[in-house]
Design a protein around this ligand. Structure first.
Ligand code: ATP
Length: 699
């Protein structure tokens, strides 16, 4: 009994916490129980292993611990300028201590001529060292040797005002760990701890909250990260196995239309990679189990035809197919791309977006219900309950991470008897580590080859001063009969200003290229007008397209071979890569020119450099993850899928790999986790599930 209950003990029962501070911990940090506090990990450490003499202090130290005597303490100044000044010396020199806040409290708790240990950031002021708001504690026989690392925890201002600081938190952590003693249950099986030489859970918790040295911190982190990723993967893989064994799928065995399409209409030979992924997808769609597959392919790798051929397999077997895209423009692009093929075979296709007129909707709803429309392409408007199918066999979701898992599930449920097969398609390369945690429950197919004859896009980075030269280059390309994009950022917060930039840009492009027709497309235009301008550009009635990022995905104009991206520093790496993917889609040599201002951060320079150096979407995605962290990657934050406390997907790829392999091996051998050696895993899964439902109740 004791064992499970101990960690669920309410935090206010910890000595020194009590009801008031307990409430603060709940509201400020979401800490309700002992277990919650133990999971509140520090985000960095201060080195308290050694003492600095005052004569050794340097301004570049992030913090320093000093042992000495408080010589003086006095309040000076008045009103808002009041401050408390202390003089502190250690025999090698003296320094000044300064407090602006909490003066009366500090004054009461410190005594002149006593010895203290203090920790703070040394700054130099008029040739003397100073510390503002140092942490102080009386020198005692226990602490006079230093020799530990102080964890620093995430705290709020409100907590600090109530004198709950990192030291308080780590004292509480220590108290819990001492009370818990050996009750701390191991959550990983012995075999894994031996194989990866991991610290035990008990050691790890001590090591992370009460470390004696750097080595302890390192080992504790390694163990806890492994555990975190191991359970993340274990649950995803379990989910995947469950789907494969429990969820039936329609068996699509017939392939008549596909044969006709291959024999009579295929516009080009498929690449080896395209053939391979089609084979993988077909195997799933014939397996009798529901397909849940992620199709990744870099920009321009030819996903459209793959999607179409998969749709054909469903249609061949009397089922319907739908494709859902995150934006109207992208869904229209897909519609156009697919209808070229659909027309060849006389298939009926529909489209449904927010701006589809009522009358059209009605026809579409009927056609889907009676089965006369075989393919529908649209946005999340497809999710509305009124959209019913006769027999939905295949759901293709483009750019799924913008939709979220719940919406994905909603589409499946459009078929009452058997779930449709699901293919998630993404054009934004996702770093491997992120894909594993985001889509770890899906099988993966990858188009890792571009259609033949493509020349790598040449990318140049130029400062604004070179605009004339850049426009001169664009003119040369236009003279060869090619087309050009000129892209402006349009970011929501400063939309008005951006819009002005776009319009100014448009005018200057018009002035610079009076001999050419120019299109303009931006997000605020009615869909009809966007469509019209896109069509004009596609038909080469206009030769230059001035646009915002609405053209980021899906736009396919093979004759366009130059792209100029204005204010490129305002775009993320993956976004730049997506944009650049709009050129280089034909056989001509293509160019992308990144225009930036002169004053740039190191990170921005790095981004531009990477873009100029590589066309490889995966390298770019990995760099993006490294520079920005997973929270910022498109849509992942909102979907809440990447929910890791300690592990960092940009740095812990190795740990993730080991965790995933281990989870797979264990589930392969013991899918139900019933073997005695896997008991710790079984228990921990129950515990995690329980905790989640607690959370659900609270929030
Ligand atoms: N095997 C192939 N051989 C030659 N051309 C191909 C082949 N596959 C696709 N293409 C052509 O390559 C271009 C890009 O294909 P598609 O639009 O399907 O790319 P995509 O993967 O959807 O890229 P994006 O996500 O950037 O839109 C199209 O013009 C298409 O007709």
């Amino acid at each position: 009994m004791m064992e499970t209950n101990f960690f669920d003990t309410k935090i206010e029962f910890l000595k020194g916490v009590g009801p008031q501070k307990g409430d603060l911990l709940k509201t400020e940090l979401g800490i309700f129980t002992f277990g919650d506090l133990l999971q509140h990990y520090p985000f960095r450490y201060e080195d308290r292993s050694r003492f600095y003499r005052i004569s050794e202090l340097r301004e570049d130290l992030p913090g320093a611990q000093v042992k000495g005597r408080l010589r003086q303490l006095e309040v000076i100044g008045e009103g808002p300028k009041t401050r408390l000044i202390g003089q502190f010396s250690d025999g090698t020199g003296s320094m000044e201590l300064v407090w602006f806040q909490g003066i009366s409290y500090v004054q009461k708790s410190l005594f002149r001529d006593r010895e203290y240990i203090l920790y703070g950031k040394p700054t130099s002021f008029q040739g003397r060292f100073q510390m503002t708001h140092p942490e102080m504690e009386p020198l005692t026989p226990e602490n006079e040797r230093g020799g530990y690392w102080q964890p620093v925890y995430n705290l709020t201002e409100k907590l600090r005002r109530r004198f709950i600081d990192s030291r308080t938190i780590s004292r509480w952590q220590r108290q819990i760990l001492e009370l818990a003693g050996r009750q701390i249950r191991e959550t990983l099986p012995d075999s894994l701890m031996e194989k990866y030489r991991l610290a035990t859970k008990l050691q790890a918790l001590w090591g992370i909250h009460v470390p004696g040295n750097e080595q302890h911190i390192h080992q504790a982190k390694r163990r806890l990260k492994f555990e975190e990723l191991f359970y993340n993967q274990l649950r995803l893989i379990k989910q995947k196995i469950l789907r494969k064994t429990e969820y039936p799928g329609q068996v699509f065995g017939r392939a008549q239309l596909i044969r006709t399409f291959y024999d009579e209409h295929l516009p080009f030979d498929l690449t080896g990679a395209q053939k391979r992924v089609i084979r993988e997808i077909f195997e799933d769609m014939r397996s009798g189990k529901q397909m849940n597959r992620l199709l990744q392919g870099d920009v321009g790798s030819g996903k459209t035809i793959v999607a179409f051929i998969c749709m054909l397999l469903a249609i061949d077997n009397g089922a319907q197919a739908c494709l859902m895209a995150p934006t109207e423009i992208l869904s229209d692009q897909h519609f156009q791309g697919l209808s070229v093929f659909a027309e060849m075979l006389g298939l009926r296709m529909g489209r449904l977006t927010g701006s589809t007129p009522k009358k059209e909707r009605k026809i579409l709803h009927e056609g889907l219900l009676d089965g006369s429309i075989q393919i529908v392409v649209g946005t999340h408007a497809l999710l509305e309950d009124i959209v019913q199918f006769q027999n939905l066999g295949l759901v293709i979701i483009d750019e799924q991470h913008r939709f979220g898992v719940a919406q994905r599930a909603k589409l499946w449920q459009k078929n009452e008897t058997v779930f449709p097969h699901v293919l998630v398609m993404t054009a934004t390369p996702i770093p491997r580590t992120l894909a594993m945690t985001l889509y770890g429950d899906l099988d993966l197919s990858q188009i890792d080859e571009l259609p033949p004859g493509r020349k790598p896009i040449v990318t140049r980075w130029k400062s604004d001063q070179h605009r004339l030269e850049v426009f001169g280059f664009v003119r040369q390309e236009l003279a060869k009969g090619r087309q050009a994009y000129i892209v402006y950022p349009l970011i929501e917060e400063s939309e008005k200003l951006d819009f002005k930039d776009l319009m100014d840009g448009y005018e200057s492009v018009q002035r610079a290229f009076p001999e050419y027709q120019i299109s303009i497309v931006h997000g605020k235009m009615p869909a009809k007008d966007k469509d019209y301008e896109m069509q004009r550009f596609l038909k080469q009635e206009t030769m230059i397209m001035v646009a915002t990022t609405v053209i980021e995905v899906g736009v396919n104009v093979p004759n366009a071979s130059v792209m100029v991206i204005e204010s490129a520093e305002r775009f993320g790496l993956s976004q730049l890569h997506q944009l650049r993917g709009r050129v280089g889609r034909g056989a001509d040599q293509s160019y992308c020119i990144l225009m930036t201002g002169l004053k740039l951060s190191t990170e921005t320079r790095m981004r531009m450099k990477v873009m100029a150096e590589t066309n490889d979407g995966f390298v770019i995605a990995d760099t993006d993850l490294r520079l920005r962290g997973p929270g910022d990657m498109a849509g992942t934050q909102q979907s809440g899928v990447v929910d890791l406390l300690l592990a960092d997907l940009s740095k812990d790829a190795e740990v993730l790999k080991a965790a995933r392999e281990s989870a797979m091996q264990i589930l392969e051998e013991d899918p139900e986790l019933v073997l005695p050696k896997n008991q710790p895993i079984h228990n921990q899964l129950l515990h995690l599930r329980e905790n989640e439902s607690n959370w659900a109740r609270i929030s």
